[in-house]
Design a protein around this ligand. Sequence first.
Ligand SMILES: *Cc1c(COP(=O)(O)O)cnc(C)c1O
Length: 365
Amino acid sequence: MPIQGSANQFVCDLVAYEPGKPVEETARELGLRPEEIIKLASNENPLGPSPRAKEAMRAAIEEGQLYPDGGGWKLRHAVAGRHDLEIQNVVLGNGSNEIIELLCHCFLNRETSLIAAEHAFVVYKLMATLFGANYVEVPDPGFVHDLDAMAEAITAETRLVFIANPNNPTGTLVGESQIDRFMEKVPDHVVVVFDEAYHEFLEDAPDTVRYVREGRNVCVMRTFSKAQGLAALRIGYGLASASVADLLNRARQPFNANAIAQAGALAALHDDEHVARTVDNNNEGLLFLQKAFEERGLRYVPSVANFVLVEVGDGDAVFSAMLSRGVIVRAMRGYKLPGWVRISIGTPSQNKRCLEVLDEVLISA
Ligand SMILES: *Cc1c(COP(=O)(O)O)cnc(C)c1O
């Protein structure tokens, strides 16, 4: 009997997450040097890690024989302070992706459901499937979360509602007044999750941490992977009411956040200069690419994050043709958007090169 017969059916049903294509692999396949490849596929920081984080991580390596502080005291304390919360409100994760998984561990099973928007971050669906729960997808006209419809979709079985704000891959935001109206309608048996991985890029961010302070059943997720440039380290956190945070802390592994990552994140948390530089570079790049799309008559979704979704005809073909010219973007078939690609904002020279390659590819298509 094939071993699949012994496995959980919902694991067999799972379609594995497809990450952005790595630089090393692409270089090998094309016979190029890694420095010749431009990766604009995973919304990483084109300016690199926070310099303060790099210094702190180098120092932390010297104590590499020791297990990390499993309670993450220093980092949680600093994060709590930054948000005017208590340490009991902070849960560290191996990337904020782990916080998603911990929420599912705590609240999902075959009798329950998770609600998310039609073009929401794909990991929610993967996790719901992995836990055998029902995944309820709510249409998002114009690629914007429809919070009224999401509130109406809540039933007695609903345990989690995910609001990615701004959402990936659409780059769209829902505002504070819509969120407040939504929160008035959410019953107590539901945890609302605000996935705010791109929070630092926003000019006028809705205040959702207020709901944590008010003791509502919410979890606000943030990450060091994007604006702070620490994606390799896998560190993020959830801010939640003490009762929700306590559940999440029971579900995690004792040393889920490694010591190098904790040291880097603690330093990055105070590196406002690096974030400011990153945001300036991003604003400039977004403007440049979106203006170029407009001039070419390409449809795109105006973004507030560090990436932009653009309609190119055949997304898989454009992805492959750009890849063969050394520029990695992301095809969107997995999001049921086969005509689109998602491009992360790079440095000015990377953006320029990306556009040149896109032009070559679209002309020869
Ligand atoms: C990038 C991203 C994350 C962050 O993932 P990490 O595990 O912290 O690296 C979370 N949510 C969304 C929507 C993202 O795009």
